[in-house]
Write a new protein. Structure first.
Length: 214
């Protein structure tokens, strides 16, 4: 999927495919990039990226990469053992001295409930420790013919709908007629529907009541 492909579909929907365009490619490209940034906020799972996280030695508080929207998971020490998620509140209550223990190789991680791009590890890492983690990566600013990374091609229609909304929302005629809102609603509902269908594929019961599964 490229912004150029999105723009071709957008021009058909907004009937801007005559010799003299109402919107230049540059303007529509800006709308495409804005749409992608809206999508990562609404559906961060669509932009998930797995990589090595470099830790800061001798401190429990760690940070995601600078292009992160939010942490999704810490899997393991790079080339090492698994790192399991625990509740910071529970660990604080049951073992308050965990923050002052000697540095070592992390075995647990905890989310920072007020900062989606921070997390805690136990014990504090020694120098040189890297963790395999997953985070939602903020989309870069794309050029017309760049390949849009991470986002599955099946979401082309969602990018088109979001871009049409932005294009129509700057036109008073389409704002007043409700056409702009129509595409906004379709855009948001489509992303929500994609999230709901994960129940069918991602759980053993396939979305059915577990009591009905034999």
């Amino acid at each position: 999927m490229t912004p150029s492909e999105v723009i071709t579909e957008v021009r058909n929907l907004i009937q801007d495919n005559t010799a003299t365009f109402r919107y230049s490619d540059v303007v529509l490209l800006g709308f495409v990039n804005q749409t992608l940034k809206k999508m990562v906020v609404l559906r961060p799972d669509l932009f998930s990226f797995i990589t090595d996280f470099t830790t800061v030695a001798d401190t429990t508080l760690q940070s995601c990469p600078t292009d992160s929207v939010r942490l999704m998971q810490i899997f393991q020490v790079t080339d090492g053992d698994a790192v399991t998620e625990v509740s910071k509140e529970t660990l604080d209550r049951m073992y308050p001295n965990w923050v002052s223990e000697s540095s070592g190789t992390p075995i647990n991680f905890m989310r920072h409930v007020r900062n989606p791009n921070k997390f805690f590890v136990y014990p504090r890492p020694i120098s040189g420790i890297e963790l395999v983690g997953e985070y939602a990566q903020s989309p870069i600013t794309y050029g017309l013919n760049d390949t849009i990374l991470l986002l599955p091609d099946a979401y082309l229609t969602s990018v088109v709908e979001g871009t049409v909304f932005l294009a129509e929302s700057v036109d008073n005629e389409h704002v007043n007629s409700g056409r702009a809102k129509l595409f906004l609603d379709v855009f948001v509902q489509g992303l929500g529907a994609g999230l709901q269908t994960r129940i069918i594929t991602d759980v053993e019961e396939g979305g059915l009541d577990p009591r009905q599964v034999i």
